[in-house]
Design a protein around this ligand. Structure first.
Ligand SMILES: Nc1ncnc2c1[nH]c(=O)n2[C@H]1C[C@H](O)[C@@H](COP(=O)(O)OP(=O)(O)OP(=O)(O)O)O1
Length: 166
């Protein structure tokens, strides 16, 4: 039996670049990642995605501009936590990303993504995101550096995926 916690993860992207943030504190510190965090009680997943993006790099995105592009699940050996991460992409937004107490943002070309300083799973599913393919990934970790096993699949539609998900 797992204890599920829902998280958001947002990537701002254009044709040639993706915005990553260097996490300055807490879980995943010193790793480059998208922007996101835990969904709070009485908050929708989309509202959490918008709030976390604003808190972490001061950018505002409208609901209609956030596209759900993937679903990731992380479990850890000897731990009952299941991290349920909803991945979003947006190319329309308001404001210029700025550094906050939590994240230092930086634009990267798709061929210069710093995978060596990211979660190890990122290099496995990023290619799907970059090719605009929808995806579902499940990763089981030992500690935070070693993937013991994983599954990754391309999805036809996120709606169908969530409709059929138990
Ligand atoms: N393995 C992996 N790959 C890619 N992305 C992630 C992981 N593990 C993760 O946790 N993440 C993502 C999911 C979330 O976007 C963040 C983690 O959120 P966190 O910073 O813990 O949540 P907050 O609500 O911001 O936490 P507080 O610092 O406010 O307590 O990383």
């Amino acid at each position: 039996m797992f204890l599920k916690k829902v998280y958001t993860l947002v990537f701002l992207r254009n044709e040639t670049q993706i915005l990553l943030g260097l996490k300055k504190r807490g879980f995943g510190v010193n790793k480059w990642n998208g922007f996101g965090g835990k969904v709070e009680q009485n908050e929708t997943i989309i509202d959490a995605a918008i709030r976390e993006l604003k808190e972490e790099c001061c950018v505002v995105v409208n609901k209609c501009d956030l596209k759900n592009i993937g679903h990731l699940e992380f479990t850890f050996e000897g731990d009952s936590l299941l991290m349920d991460v909803r991945v979003f992409s947006a190319s329309n937004y308001q404001g210029v990303p700025v550094e906050t107490e939590e994240m230092a943002p930086k634009w990267y070309g798709y061929d210069e993504v710093p995978f060596d300083n990211m979660w190890p799973d990122d290099r496995i599913w990023f290619p799907y995101m970059v090719k605009n393919k929808l995806f579902f990934g499940k990763f089981h970790y030992k500690g935070f550096d070693t993937i013991l096993n994983y599954e990754l699949q391309e999805l036809k539609s996120m709606e169908t995926f969530y409709k059929n998900k138990k």
